[in-house]
Design a protein around this ligand. Structure first.
Ligand SMILES: NCCCNCCCCCC(=O)CS
Ligand SMILES: [Zn+2]
Length: 663
């Protein structure tokens, strides 16, 4: 299924008609540069174009008051003076004779997007709209917004399609207070927002934008705010908050639909945000949400005022919605001190509402009193100031790397008597291996264990790996008689082909005899084994008391540990090994494959044992990019697992900065 693109140039036909410094950045060109970038890059042709439409009165009244709607209805007939007068009653917004029409088109576009996704016409999509929506409220326009496009879409989806749970992710750099007010007492809509806050010194300067606004009444726990108290936040900070706050909660919430308030003023170069995250981060933020709700994701444009980073960020988002490989994010150095504090505050504010956050630490000691710590803070502040200079001063960033789609998506190496799953390309032809390599394999005591001479399988495997590395194939599935033997051989085969291999080992096995210390391989093993004594920087055993069949514990290990590690390690190949008898649940297995595609440009090699070929179909489906089925009823992870994971993270965070969640 495809990706919907909604754009109508009519929404470019309004602008600021008088002098107002606060509003001058909200210009029609925001839409034209975004759309033109999609056209120029060929991305628009790959999308399914869906026409915009005007939202009806009743649709607008799902969120707004009749009085407000009636007032806005009068604006097309107002003189310039009347418009100025009318605008004064609201904050940081302007009106124009054509803005009512455009606001109806913006909301209507979001509804068209919901229709397209909910009726299965498309899998996901994006609506390029203006005016934005997330600041507008029941009875008021605000922050360039007239109607709350995403809030209306959420109510519409529930009313028309009986959607039970809607997740709204607001990655715009401003707090969508309009959305928060709309759903703060509603447990069927989980609103997540991060936003520049600077301890309430940044617009819209609201006390209720802080992390302790968790919702109210029956909506308590369903409002998650992550305030950024400094500018200059980078990719690491954004990914840390996704891994350690949003995703655990989102997976536990298990939404039927994901709406994104896709504002790109959180990107580098934006005058409002003054952050340093690069446009390619939106490829990953989008990807991390795409396995929720069976892939039903609707992104609606909010802010974004640097026309260069806006256009790039929109392209990165659309390319991911289309299923293209993700760009590798280099040198992620872990969240900065301020981000860790925000993250820790948000986690501790919500630990009583979300079982995945149950083991979150206490909030940081904000009233830091002793001199010594204060001076450290000052040093830290100085360093971060320097940081900001470098980043906002320059306002230059590299063009996001090209994300080429390999000609073949998924290759397979299978025993001759095993049928190849639909969609996979079987590798049969295999050039002879170099004699040197053959002897290396031969002297590996266990190669022969794999099959007859073993060399046939491994020459095909070698070919597959070469094609992955050459980006001729994106990912692959390998079925062998003995995965343990095969793991070692893959290690030999890859050692001179790739710099870094992330090995994700699901389930326990006899012994893992090739744990390297040179950093060329990072092994994360999730099993019921407690191999604590073997742990090292590059071999990380995660023990789940009830083993991999405990999906709650598994998903917690994935978000709390595996993903942050993977981002920091930045592998060139991911080897996912499914040990026989791991007990991993199929939907979890597919979610894992989907999430791991975010690394190494999607070069994932799945190694399974022949006697597990029953899972080949679901494995192939995930490798081909089909969204994983939602995880069913996740119950609370076992306390000992939650504690063990926190302890493991504390011990590892000296080596792995992306694991930090406490200051
Ligand atoms: N009143 C002092 C100046 C504050 N500037 C206000 C800017 C509003 C931004 C709204 C926005 O970007 C929507 S995504
Ligand atoms: Zn914004």
């Amino acid at each position: 299924m495809g990706t919907a693109l909604l754009y109508d140039e009519e929404m470019t036909k309004y602008k600021l008609l008088w002098v107002d410094p606060a509003c001058k950045i909200e210009v029609p060109e925001r839409l034209t540069v975004s759309y033109e970038a999609l056209v120029r890059s060929g991305l628009s042709d790959r999308c399914i174009s869906v026409p915009a439409r005007e939202a009806s009165d009743s649709e607008i009244l799902l969120v707004h008051s009749e009085a407000y709607l009636e007032a806005v209805k009068k604006t097309p007939y107002m003189t310039l003076e009347d418009l100025k007068e009318f605008t004064l009653q609201f904050g940081d917004v302007y009106f124009h004779p054509n803005i009512y029409h455009c606001a109806k088109l913006a909301s209507g576009s979001a509804l068209q997007l919901v229709d397209s996704v909910m009726t299965g016409k498309v899998r996901n999509g994006i609506a390029l709209v203006r005016p934005p929506g997330h600041h507008s409220m029941h009875g008021a326009a605000n922050g360039f917004c007239v109607f709350n496009n995403v809030a209306i879409a959420a109510r519409y989806a529930k009313q028309k399609y009986g959607v039970k749970r809607v997740l709204i992710v607001d990655w715009d750099i401003h707090h969508g207070q309009g959305v928060q007010y709309c759903f703060e007492d509603d447990p069927s809509v989980l609103y997540f927002s991060w936003h520049r806050y600077e301890h309430q010194n940044f617009w819209p300067n609201l006390r209720e934008s802080d992390y302790d606004s968790v919702g109210k009444e029956s909506g308590t726990g369903f409002n998650v705010n992550v305030p950024w108290n400094k500018v200059g936040m980078e990719n690491s900070d954004y990914l840390s908050v996704f891994c350690h706050v949003l995703l655990p909660v989102a997976y536990e919430f298990c939404p039927d639909l994901v709406l994104v308030c896709a504002g790109f003023d959180s990107a580098i170069g934006d005058p409002e945000g003054e952050m340093c995250a690069t446009p390619d981060i939106f490829a990953h933020l989008t990807h991390l949400l795409m396995n929720l709700a069976g892939g039903k994701l609707c992104a609606v444009l909010e802010g974004g005022y640097n026309l260069t980073s806006l256009a790039q960020s929109v392209c990165q988002t659309v390319q991911t919605l289309l299923g293209d490989p993700l760009p590798q994010l280099a040198n992620l150095r872990g969240p900065c001190k301020s981000a860790i504090e925000s993250l820790q505050c948000a986690r501790s504010a919500h630990r009583r509402y979300w079982s995945f956050l149950k083991h979150a630490a206490d909030p940081p000691m904000t009233d830091i009193s002793t001199k010594h710590i204060k001076s450290t803070m000052e040093e830290e502040e100085k360093r971060e100031m320097a940081e900001e200079e470098r980043c906002t001063e320059g306002k230059v960033w590299p063009e996001p790397p090209e994300r080429l789609c390999p000609p073949v998506c998924s290759g397979s190496v299978l025993p001759d008597d095993v049928a190849c799953p639909d969609g996979l390309k079987r590798l049969s032809s295999s050039k002879d291996l170099e004699p040197l390599l053959v002897s290396k394999l031969k002297n590996r005591s266990r190669t022969a264990a794999v099959d007859g001479d073993g060399v046939t399988t491994f020459s095909r495997l070698y070919t597959l790996i070469e094609k992955l590395v050459a980006n001729e194939i994106r990912n692959g599935l390998v079925l062998v008689p003995d995965v343990t033997a095969a793991m070692c051989v893959v290690q030999d085969l890859t050692s001179d082909l790739v710099k870094r291999v992330l090995v994700v080992c699901v389930g326990k096995e006899k012994e893992l005899d090739y744990v390297t210390t040179d950093g060329k391989v990072l092994v994360v093993q999730i099993s019921s084994e407690d191999n604590e004594e073997q742990r090292s920087k590059y071999y990380i055993p995660v023990c789940l008391k009830k083993g991999c069949s405990d999906t709650s514990g598994f998903i917690q290990a994935v978000f709390g540990l595996l993903l942050p590690l993977g981002y920091e390690y930045n592998p060139d190949l991911v080897l996912l090994v499914r040990m026989p008898g791991s007990g991993v649940v199929d939907s979890m297995w597919q979610q894992l494959i989907g999430l791991l595609q975010g690394f190494a440009k999607g070069h994932t090699l799945v190694l399974m044992q022949v006697n597990e070929k029953a899972s080949m179909g679901s494995t192939a489906s995930a490798l081909l990019g089909h969204p994983a089925p939602p995880l069913q009823e996740l119950q609370t992870p076992f306390p000992e697992d939650g504690d063990a994971l926190e302890r493991l993270r504390e011990r590892l965070q000296a080596d792995w900065k992306m694991l930090q969640t406490t200051s």
